[in-house]
Design a protein around this ligand. Structure first.
Ligand code: AMP
Ligand code: ZN
Length: 114
């Protein structure tokens, strides 16, 4: 838990969010500023500042995180096309320094991203 981390506060229920999934290790909730008709975030409950802070001991956790996001994409009805995104560092657009995976879908997604 990081005292100033907005996502840790969501995990603790101190900041409200539209939760779409929760288990012992993960929380998924709708992005407050959706960039697609379906846009939610999957986060580990463990505070990790971002992908670059992962250690070898986080490998199983990250595998599960991708599986949770994929299962939720399917149950959300965007299985025909969705994107999993993790930004690392301010230059890549990371604004919240608690690791999170964006799950986006519900429209055609172009490539390359901006
Ligand atoms: P990133 O820019 O990759 O760090 O993604 C952070 C995401 O968190 C952005 O898409 C924000 O819209 C989203 N976000 C920030 N604050 C909240 C919040 N309180 N509830 C839900 N999503 C949030
Ligand atoms: Zn945190």
């Amino acid at each position: 838990m990081s005292q100033e981390c907005i996502f840790c506060k969501i995990i603790d229920g101190d900041i409200p969010a539209k939760v779409v999934f929760e288990d012992d290790d993960f929380l998924a909730f709708n992005d407050i500023s959706p960039q697609a008709p379906t846009h939610f975030l999957v986060i580990p409950k463990k505070h990790i500042s971002g992908p670059a802070a992962l250690t070898d001991s986080d490998q199983a956790l990250m595998g599960k995180l991708v599986k949770v996001g994929t299962d939720l994409a399917e149950s959300s009805g965007i299985q025909d096309g969705f994107r999993l995104v993790m930004n690392n560092g301010e230059r890549a657009g990371q604004t919240v320094f608690h690791l999170h995976m964006h799950v986006l879908g519900g429209r055609s997604l172009t490539w390359p991203p901006g």
